[in-house]
Unconditional design. Structure first.
Length: 255
């Protein structure tokens, strides 16, 4: 099957494209989205492409775009990558189109003026319509694969981050089409159920597993997230757990 990255927005400053579930954003010990860009930009055979159907983007747009990212930033500059998503998270990755755009983005993010939006389906429905989670997040003392908000199980220094959430009441993800937070044509593919809730999540700065860890800490783990749900929930949801229902849906600059 032939695959390649799916570009959903491009202008003089930013390039936004979809990352599928199950692939790393940046390089590590496994195949990553950046490896895909290198293969596409170098015009490798289609059998090497990973991501989305190659029929979705014209050849000329595809090759020119990624060749520009490669020549402008190179491998060390990660082709202009501005954000990272967990392997299990799908949705939008952002790329700067120029060094100047990357510097501006970094400055705005440090000033807290970049807000990133996600959608998550969680087990259970919060009683409140919206809220924020300010509990510090730590690396887990005994399990390197996860983070924790438990001060008795931490290692290293705490990471002070804030997660804002809002319940999207009784709305199937398909009903979000055309809204501000879906304007980048992100297909959430979230499965809606009456006993679960669909949340809109916003963060200005982030750390590893921030949204997953924070939501679990208030009793609403993300659907499919076995790493952060309780042992009891794992038993109750056995056989019903598929991919993690968390999607990167967009960003905005807050003046």
């Amino acid at each position: 099957m032939d695959f390649m990255p799916k570009i959903v927005h491009q202008d003089d400053n930013l390039l936004l494209c979809r990352k599928p579930h199950g692939i790393a954003s940046s390089r590590g010990q496994e195949a990553s989205f950046l490896d895909t860009i290198k293969k596409v930009g170098s015009d490798f055979p289609s059998s090497c492409w990973i991501g989305f159907s190659i029929s979705e983007i014209p050849d000329q747009v595809r090759n020119d775009t990624w060749q520009h990212q490669i020549s402008t930033f190179g491998e060390e500059g990660e082709y202009g990558l501005l954000n990272r998503l967990d392997n299990v998270t799908s949705g939008l990755l952002y790329f700067a189109r120029s060094p100047e755009a990357k510097e501006t983005y970094t400055t705005l993010q440090e000033q807290g003026k970049i807000t990133k939006t996600y959608y998550a389906q969680v087990y259970g429905t919060p009683r409140a319509q919206f809220g924020q989670i300010t509990t510090p997040i730590y690396h887990h003392r005994d399990d390197v694969s996860r983070m924790t908000t438990d001060p008795e199980r931490w290692r290293w220094k705490p990471q002070e981050v804030v997660t804002y959430w809002e319940v999207v009441e009784g709305r199937h993800p398909e009903e979000l089409e055309g809204s501000h937070y879906n304007r980048w044509d992100v297909s959430t593919s979230l499965r809606y159920a009456q006993h679960d809730a669909l949340l809109k999540i916003q963060i200005t700065s982030g750390c590893r597993h921030q949204i997953r860890c924070h939501l679990a800490s208030i009793g609403y783990p993300i659907v499919g997230d076995r790493l952060y749900m309780s042992k009891k929930m794992k038993k109750e949801k056995i056989g019903k757990i598929g991919k993690i229902e968390l999607v990167s849906a967009g960003l905005e600059i807050v003046e």
